[in-house]
Design a protein around this ligand. Sequence first.
Ligand code: GLN
Length: 378
Amino acid sequence: LTSKLPSSGTTIFTVMSKLAHESGAINLSQGYPDFDCNPELINLVNKHMRAGHNQYAPMAGVDMLRERISEKVNRLYGASYDPETEVTVTAGGTQAIFTAIAALVHPNDEVIVFDPAYDSYAPAVKLVGGFVKSYELSPPIYKIDWKAVRKLISAHTRMIILNTPQNPTGTTLKEEDIQELIAITRNTDILILSDEVYEHMIYDGRQHLSMARYPELQERSLICASFGKLFHNTGWKTGYCMAPATLTDEFRKVHQYQVFSVNTPVQHAIANYLADESHYEGLSAFYQAKRDFFAELMQGSRFKLLECEGSYFQTARFDRISGERDTEFARRLTTEFGVAAIPVSAFYAKGSDFGIVRFCFAKKDETLERAAEKLQKV
Ligand code: GLN
């Protein structure tokens, strides 16, 4: 059998969560909350199930949900997206990303990816016969040198994949990055796939710079978002993709054969819940407090925390502890010290290892306390 993805094993999130489970370790590896979503939301799903919303949803998503999404984006970013032709509800952010790539990248097209990158981008590009052009960002600040990016662009460049706030680094794009992006894509037909699943986790007064804020970028962007991140229910696997109608047409051609449509009662429930802004307005403050709480608990440990501007991930250097490869260190941290983390080399196409691990702080305070107590002993 010839593998279509010879360089992929099982995704690091599954590997580390499994190891955490088997070792009885506190799981700060895979990114998901260890607290539940609002019971009001669960009641709403129930209500809609009882009301008979149990058959296929419209292929593009429940109308009411697409309308609420469009209103939210308009209010937050001043952009207008037609719910009828420009918003599609997906089975989570990862499906939105995969579908966008499958629908728009042709064989031999080149796609620019900023490493360390979420691990689903590159395999999706390879599966459709595209080539990944990785641009490596380095700690501690992971700044993008746009002159170097310019050199990666060729006549074959079809897409640039961006992720702000970025997983795993917790960095965010700044206004100067956006201006560079506008300049390098002007008069080209390069598309932007913008993974904005952490848009509502942005700290210290920063603003989320969505592609939707900039008309020159909006017209070439597919923006992917996640309700699992927004409402603490990653297991409901619900998200969406927004893009101009011509791009959405292509997106839906693939979406309809991948999943056809997404869980109906959940879409109705989220549509009701999303109408109240107070259900997500405080999310950045909520997670900023968790970030700060975890950092405080880690003071005096031998880990060096890097800056986290957004997302629910805190990265840390472990060079004062060990010179091992990060994969080996993360494994030992789990099995010997009882805390699971993600080795950041898993996010680099070339496996580059800077001696950094990623902790997810979307956890109860008590979980963070127990984890930090163990990490203090490392
Ligand atoms: N996005 C989450 C993370 O980076 C989890 C995604 C997944 O498990 N596929 O941990």
